[in-house]
Design a protein around this ligand. Structure first.
Ligand code: ATR
Length: 271
């Protein structure tokens, strides 16, 4: 039986063990998948020990995605471009790093929600690890424009420079902008965790603007309340969580599990 895990700190509330066990069962594959509370500053040794003890691969969540990047001896293109790794597998004797966050996000948006990104005006809120993980995949879909807004402008500016080779991307200052009317607004900030009110000028949206929060549960409440108040369609990041997990599962087992409505409702009950 293959052994997998997810490393994070904190890790108690991770839904990955439930998701991967469900996937394995649905495909008649026997695996074990355990949550591991990583120690800050000791990720490298703990991760290596897991592999030495027979682990076949693992997921990585906050705050170890960059450590996982450093641990990996070979990397996929998207891991190299984003500088972060959320999936480790063993491949030809190498510790291989991949990142399925961006593909998971795009799959949820395009396949599950049915949204076409091409030629759309997109606003991405936030310039941390979560934002960085999805930018290349958004740009690959050829939006009309991708603007990044962040509390700390410099971080948005740095991100836009980092990815400017891939497509049209620009950091913005709210005060300097007027009628922008985005088609899609994505929240990749952690503002909801602090229960801070979400605010954006009225000129940033129109009647059919779609709102997507990469977080879920209580962390997505601020953005959801704002979207509801303005009568905008809102989606949380549960679909992304499932899709990135399915992509990781595929990397390990070469089989992509189906994401069923039953699994979605199990997760919703857990929130
Ligand atoms: P993650 O990996 O979840 O992206 P992170 O790298 O710490 O976490 O990034 C958090 C993001 O949320 C940042 O863009 C941060 O803005 P700053 O760069 O200005 O710190 C944003 N953020 C966090 N709390 C916020 C708040 N109360 N209001 C606005 N933005 C906030």
């Amino acid at each position: 039986m293959k052994r997998y895990a997810v490393f994070g700190n904190p890790i108690k509330h991770s839904m990955s063990p439930l998701i991967h066990s469900y996937f394995a069962k649905s495909l008649n594959i026997e695996i074990s998948y355990e949550p591991i509370l990583g120690t800050i500053g000791k990720f490298n040794i703990e991760a290596r020990n897991f592999l030495k003890d027979g682990g076949s691969g693992f997921n990585i969540t906050l705050p170890f995605k960059q450590d996982a990047y450093n641990l990996a001896t070979t990397k996929s293109n998207i891991a190299l471009i984003t500088g972060s790794v959320n999936t480790i597998s063993l491949k030809d004797g190498e510790i291989h790093g991949d990142n399925t966050d961006g593909s998971g996000f795009i799959e949820d948006l395009t396949k599950n929600i049915g949204y076409i990104v091409e030629n759309k005006k997109i606003l991405l809120m936030g310039a941390g690890g979560a934002a960085m993980g999805v930018i290349p995949n958004i740009l690959y879909e050829n939006p009309a424009e991708l603007k990044i807004f962040n509390r700390t402008f410099k971080k948005a500016k740095d991100l836009s420079k980092k990815f400017s080779d891939i497509g049209e991307i620009q950091a913005i200052n709210i005060e300097n902008e007027n009628k922008l009317e985005f088609d899609l607004i994505i929240n990749a900030t952690s503002l909801g965790i602090d229960n801070v009110d979400f605010v954006l000028p009225n000129s940033f949206f129109k009647e059919d603007t779609i709102c997507y929060d990469m977080s879920y549960g209580e962390a997505s409440n601020s953005f959801m309340s704002w979207a509801n108040k303005n009568n905008l369609k809102f989606y949380n990041g549960l679909g992304m969580l499932l899709e990135q997990a399915a992509d990781s599962f595929y990397i390990w087992e070469s089989k992509r599990p189906l994401i069923t409505n039953e699994l979605r409702s199990i997760l919703k009950q857990r929130l």
